[in-house]
Write a protein that binds this ligand. Structure first.
Ligand SMILES: [Zn+2]
Length: 71
């Protein structure tokens, strides 16, 4: 009945937010929210990790990096 629509949906993979791992929203892709997008932007603007805008343990960062590599 809606085969064509199902295929269209399947062609768009859902990626986890690089910041928090939640499912990303199209409006903020590849992030889940404006907050996470801002966090990433601030990190780039600051040009350094020495002023963290979010509190993440090193283990969490490694986990996020691993998830991104896995896709
Ligand atoms: Zn997020």
């Amino acid at each position: 009945m809606t085969d064509s629509e199902d295929k269209k949906t399947a062609q768009r993979p859902v990626r986890p937010c690089p910041q928090c791992g939640k499912l990303s929203l199209e409006a903020f892709y590849p992030f889940c929210s404006k907050r996470c997008a801002d966090v990433d932007l601030n990190r780039w603007l600051s040009g350094s990790y020495s002023v963290p805008v979010v509190e993440l343990e090193p283990e969490d960062l490694e986990e996020l990096a691993r998830r991104q590599e896995e896709g």
